[in-house]
Design a binder for this molecule. Structure first.
Ligand code: FES
Length: 108
């Protein structure tokens, strides 16, 4: 289980507990959080689950794979150093507990 904070473009935030082995993308979908489209269903192909990780939260992230890196160059909102695909951020045991992500203005 991990507590994940989703910060919306309007400044509001939603905090939810997401059980393993869900991803940060799936955590948004099962909690009806608007702002992550996830058109490919989590296979790192569409880029519509793009998030900006809040680097001040201090949570260690899994290494970025080559496929994720390539897809992040085609996202609707600009790629930043903090960009990740939320479908590639998987919760395992306590990993990602306390993660804070900012949702981009648009996904497609
Ligand atoms: S859901 Fe499509 S890239 Fe993450």
């Amino acid at each position: 289980m991990a507590k994940i904070t989703y910060k919306h473009p309007d400044g509001t935030e939603t905090v939810v507990d997401v059980p393993a082995p869900n991803t940060v993308m799936r955590g948004a979908k099962i909690n009806n959080i608007v702002g992550i489209e996830a058109q490919c269903g989590g296979s790192a192909q569409c880029g519509t689950c793009h998030v900006y990780v809040d680097e001040t939260c201090g949570v260690a992230l899994p290494e970025m794979h080559e496929d994720e890196d390539e897809v992040l160059y085609g996202t609707a909102s600009p790629r930043r150093d903090s960009s990740r695909l939320s479908c590639q951020l998987r919760i395992t045991d306590d990993a990602l507990d306390g993660l804070v992500v900012h949702l981009p203005e648009r996904q497609s």
